[in-house]
Design a protein around this ligand. Sequence first.
Ligand code: ADP
Length: 249
Amino acid sequence: MPGKAQEKQKLIDKEEKRIDGRQLDELRPIKLEVGLLSSADGSAYIEQGKCRILAAVYGPREAHPKHLALPDRALLQCRYHMAPFSVEERKSPAPSRREIELSKVIREALEPAIFLEYYPRSSIDLFIEVLQADGGTRCAGITVAALALADAGIPMKDLIVACAAGKVEGKLVLDLSDAEDKLGEADVPVALMPTQEDAITLLQMDGILSLEEFEQAVNMTLNGCKQIYKLQKEALKAKYVSLKEETEE
Ligand code: ADP
């Protein structure tokens, strides 16, 4: 039987390639689509590696229940949920502590971008449905939610974009997969607004890093976010290009 140390060596090989063939500073392949649901006011879908996440937005609409309404701004209500079939072992459909916490964390990461004060007493409802999870769903959830909000026509300062970096077998890596997240030493998810001087709206750390490693990890996420931001803008444009083509036909 292989020893624990031997087992751990499998995540990064001698050529510094990761288990899925990526370089240390390489994102997983990302596919984004905007406006795919007809019943929601805004929607978007992301595939990031093996992760598959759908986001839908309703509103701004009358806040419900009414006592939650705020006199000076809209209420952002966010539900992050993992489908029972999104992980290997069937997950209970009831919201877990982790999902309740992530719903809050994601809401707080998105709020700074939205002009909530334009819609007093109303509610913007955001649903993030993880169809398949393979690590980094909070970041991919934020990236796709920002697109769904923009698709719903919600006025925003900028799109929010998110990605994580971490430490695996002593090396800093970008955009951890589930195995890297579980077996690695640390994970630093970051969300930011690129046109607002990279204002950071989410910064968490799970595990242990030196100060220098932490700074390097954050810099890696800045790079990753820049790449994803480009894809977000392309996905938004693609929707309107295809609408234009349809109307011209
Ligand atoms: P994130 O998805 O943002 O990395 P966590 O660090 O909490 O959030 O979770 C890491 C990964 O663990 C998830 O992306 C998912 O692949 C896996 N995971 C989370 N909850 C479960 C669960 N109930 N059963 C199996 N795997 C899970």
